[in-house]
Design a protein around this ligand. Structure first.
Ligand SMILES: [Zn+2]
Length: 462
């Protein structure tokens, strides 16, 4: 932590230096500007979408025949050169409240660093040993290279109350009530994973708040108590810590890194992350084994799928975690996962206000999951498949892995609107976490936890 803080302080000093230079030498202001903006682009044909896709840029739907992209001026110009007409919509960076401009261990007005997110999980386990414990789940890419990085953690929370059938079964080496890394558990499980895409800032914060709500609410808040007495809650607060280090290194101008930082495939031409988020790394949410192989082969692209399925250590760690927490509940020979299956997974992303059903789901399971998701997310969210929500297909994603390999009820949430304002986009003001996102996700996570024993058997009404 301390070395990170020092790095932060020197970065800030350097930025201040650059600004004062600009004041006295305006000519430098003409140097390449990688400030990211949101742009709306009319895309009336698939060919036009393909131009953006080939440029390695993620698209968020913005109404019929229109998408929003977050790129710098150079990337916008490259699209103009190919005949598209990106229209500047809003800056990615929000103005920050004055009192939060001095960096502490957080960045950009209050967001926690990867080290903070991981330390918080360990702190909660230390403070509440009767209901919480942490497991290491493996190293990040940088840690595997021996060049820094992180050990990834999952936090498990569960209450002292337990089903009567489990009274004699609690393993000795773990928290008194469960939380073993074994697919056999007395209580159904709900796993939340956050910030696999590093620049999706609010997602790690919402995992943090979910952890605190349950840990501090156990014994005082009847809903939190009931959830922990009847369920094991597992949380990976940050799935891409190396990427978040890159993001946070920008301080009040967080870098647009989406991917991990594996640069073993990266050509020199994109060796640094630019204002669009293109640069080194593999898109972890295109790297999972189930249905891998249909996304970008361009190492500079924001959606680079990696050289092979599960090539990345972070992906391997999460795949292993799924298999450690959930038995394979798929029927032999394929077909629908039976509606008696237990356990549920949410992978949290931003943005677009969507609840997304895994592409791998059978038609029957798809409709069952649609009911669950509709019950969980706010009524103004669009719930559906990739095609019904983001409008394009994806491969090698977390939810397809959990569902497709094990039959677990899994879905993706994209938090945050795409209609402008300070709470829209990848980098909303920190105050949006409390004012807007947490009330929405507190309900979504609660409903999902309560459904963990029978996620495929939810009624349509909430
Ligand atoms: Zn994402």
């Amino acid at each position: 932590m301390s070395s990170f803080r020092n790095m932060f302080a020197s970065t800030t000093a350097a930025v201040v230096g650059v600004f004062s230079t600009l004041v006295f030498c305006p000519i430098i202001a003409h140097a390449a500007d990688d400030t990211p903006y949101y742009w709306d682009v009319q895309v009336s044909s698939q060919a036009q979408k393909d131009i953006i896709d080939k440029a390695g840029i993620e698209m968020v739907p913005a109404g019929p025949g229109k998408v929003t992209i977050a790129v710098d001026e150079a990337a916008a110009q490259a699209l103009r050169d190919k005949g598209l007409q990106p229209k500047k919509k809003a800056p990615v960076y929000q103005s920050l409240p004055e009192q939060r401009r001095v960096p502490d261990s957080t960045y950009y007005g209050g967001y926690h660093t990867a080290a903070d997110l991981l330390q918080h999980a360990r702190d909660v386990a230390a403070k509440y040993p009767e209901i919480a414990m942490v497991h290491d789940i493996g190293k990040t890419w940088k840690a595997q290279q021996g060049t820094g990085g992180h050990t990834m953690d999952v936090l498990c929370l569960t209450g002292k109350g337990k089903p009567s059938s489990a009274q004699e079964q609690a393993p000795a080496a773990v928290a008194p009530n469960g939380c073993a890394l074994s697919p056999t558990s007395a209580k159904p499980r709900f796993l939340l994973t956050a910030q696999i895409h590093a620049r999706e800032l609010a997602t790690g914060e919402l995992a943090w708040k979910w952890i605190d709500y349950l840990a501090t609410g156990y014994g005082t808040d009847s809903t939190a108590t009931s959830i922990l007495d009847n369920t094991e809650i597992w949380v990976v607060p940050v799935t891409n810590p190396d990427g978040v280090d890159v993001v946070a290194s920008g301080g009040n101008r967080p870098k647009m890194q989406r991917k991990n930082v594996d640069n073993s495939q990266t050509p020199a031409s994109c060796s640094v992350v630019d204002g669009s988020g293109n640069g080194p790394g593999v898109d972890l949410n295109r790297n999972f084994t189930v249905r891998w192989g249909g996304d970008s082969n361009n190492p500079c692209s924001q959606t680079f799928q990696g050289p092979r399925a599960a090539s990345e250590p972070e992906t391997q760690n999460i795949q292993k975690l799924y298999a450690s927490l959930f038995p394979d509940q798929r029927p032999k020979g394929g077909g629908d996962v039976p509606d008696t299956a237990k356990g549920v997974v949410i992978d949290l992303h931003s943005y677009g206000n969507y609840g997304i059903i895994p592409t791998a789901a059978t038609p029957t399971n798809r409709e069952q999951l649609r009911k669950l998701i509709k019950k969980a997310v706010p009524s103004n969210f669009i719930v559906g498949t990739d095609e019904e929500t983001v409008g394009y297909s994806t491969t090698g994603t977390t939810d397809d892995q959990a569902y497709g390999a094990l039959g677990v009820a899994a879905y993706t949430i994209e938090i945050g609107p795409n209609n402008g304002g300070s709470c829209a986009g990848f980098m909303p003001r920190y105050s949006c976490v409390d004012s807007t996102f947490w009330p929405q996700m507190k309900k979504a996570f609660t409903v999902t936890a309560q459904a963990a024993g029978a996620p495929y058997r939810q009624s349509a009404t909430s």
